[in-house]
Design a protein around this ligand. Structure first.
Ligand code: GLY
Ligand code: MN
Ligand code: MN
Length: 439
């Protein structure tokens, strides 16, 4: 991503904060895995969105109208020993030279410098309640300013949620962001194809997970956007199954929910397919129903349609289908009103997608579901999950879990499915797997 893109974002943020106010945003910290070993570092999405700065121990400060510079970065000073052991880090010079900060300060001087920046400001924008340390620090810094009131300085008297501004910006993807989402989608779709081709009874779920990880890594996408779900048979009925350690059985379906992250942008794809390469009749019927619901939901998405409409469409298709197949009994309107479908479809049809897999952005405005607009990206992911011990339905349906999930960009006159390269029709899946399997 070009530095001009980050600069553009900061300019928009500064305009919205307005003169006389100030905004603070902390980087992510290192998370300990055990003793002195850390998880791979992942920058806070808001912080990266505005700074492009990929280090822990940093705080960005935005002060609209400040003469000496409006964008300040507190970060680690350059340390040659650290560079020798751990590799490159920007230091103060890099913060201004490479990352566009107007001024940079050592993070160790935060408590000395920050209160001065708060003097005579009205509102402090920061992500409230997200980082306990920042919450405490903001209170303490304001206290320090207040203690100087006899010198005539005035302490800020209002706190505001920075997320309101930043998350609304993040909801609408720029062409540069779309390019990264497309790359994440392309690599992830190809990973799903690889997984389908590698799948056979007798393998373990983690061996299929390894195929995905291998593919993502060799394409240079070194992190998954979220822990992969590789769920054979009835494991697919556990919505957030990530054990991925069961043996794949002939005759079962395999549900894979996995996506790669590309420069902080996520893909989120689910495909469900027969381990043998061929759907049984009950599997095919339920699968086709989920697919019909998904296609009907996607067909709804265009500017001006509100958020909940695709979900309601999916629910209507699924409920009618469950009635036709005999899994539900009654009248379709009443079944929907009484939410009877929730026995088999208990989640929503999608979520915003972007830097975070469950991305930011309000779903309602003034209590009303918001309307789609160009540049928004969402997932569409209906499913059916028939518990293996569900005595209310015929035995043939039990233990089947199916979800089909694509990533969809809202365009000027409709939408584009970014993950269309991953096969999902019965015919496409059977053709792909039939060509690779010994029957
Ligand atoms: N992979 C998480 C989700 O589909 O929402
Ligand atoms: Mn999803
Ligand atoms: Mn998913």
């Amino acid at each position: 991503m070009k530095s001009s893109e980050f600069k553009k974002r900061r300019k928009r943020l500064l305009q919205q904060i307005g003169p006389g106010n100030i905004a603070l945003l902390a980087s992510a910290g290192h998370c300990v895995r055990n003793r002195d070993v850390h998880y791979p570092f992942r920058q806070d999405s808001d912080f990266f969105y505005l700074t492009g700065f990929n280090e822990p121990n940093a705080l960005a400060v935005f002060v609209p109208g400040r003469e000496q510079g409006e964008y300040l970065l507190f970060c680690r000073e350059f340390d040659p020993t650290k560079a020798l052991w751990e590799g490159a880090h920007a230091g103060l010079e890099g913060a201004t030279h490479d990352y566009g900060a107007d001024e940079a300060f050592p993070i160790a001087e935060l408590d000395t410098v920050l209160p001065g920046l708060l003097e005579d400001k009205c509102k402090v924008y920061y992500p409230m309640g997200r980082d306990a340390e920042l919450d405490r620090n903001v209170q303490a810094w304001i206290g320090t300013v207040r203690n100087k009131s006899r010198t005539g300085v005035v302490a800020p008297d209002e706190l505001a949620a920075l997320e309101r501004i930043v998350h609304e910006m993040r909801l609408f993807k720029s062409p540069e962001e779309m390019a990264l989402l497309r790359r994440a989608a392309d690599v992830s779709a190809a990973g799903h194809i690889t997984a389908m081709q590698a799948c056979k009874a007798g393998l373990y779920e983690y061996q299929i997970e390894a195929e995905l990880a291998y593919h993502f890594n060799r394409e240079g996408l070194r992190a998954m956007a979220y822990p992969a779900i590789v769920a054979g048979g009835k494991n697919a009925c556990t919505l957030h199954y990530t054990d991925n350690n069961s043996k794949l059985k002939q005759g079962d379906l395999l549900l894979i929910d996995a996506g790669a992250e590309c420069n902080h942008y996520a893909a989120d794809i689910t495909r469900t397919f027969p381990i043998s390469g061929k759907f049984s009749e009950p599997q095919r019927q339920l699968y086709q129903l989920v697919l019909d619901a998904q296609l009907a939901a996607i067909a709804q998405i265009k500017p001006g349609v509100n958020w909940i409409q695709p979900h309601e469409t999916a629910v209507a298709v699924l409920t009618q289908g469950l009635l036709d197949l005999g899994l539900l009994k009654g009248r379709v309107k009443k079944l929907i009103k009484d939410e009877k479908y929730k026995a088999f479809y208990m989640h929503r049809t999608g979520h915003w997608l972007g830097m975070d897999v469950h991305d930011v952005g309000d779903y309602k405005i003034n209590q009303q579901w918001r309307e789609f607009a160009p540049g928004m990206v969402l997932t569409v992911e209906p499913g059916l999950y028939i518990p293996s011990d569900c005595k209310k339905v015929d035995e043939q349906w039990r233990g089947i879990g199916i979800r089909i999930e694509d990533d969809v960009l809202v365009t000027a006159d409709g939408c584009e499915v970014l993950t269309a390269a991953a096969p999902k029709s019965v015919h496409e899946i059977e053709a792909l797997m039939g060509g690779t399997q010994c029957q």
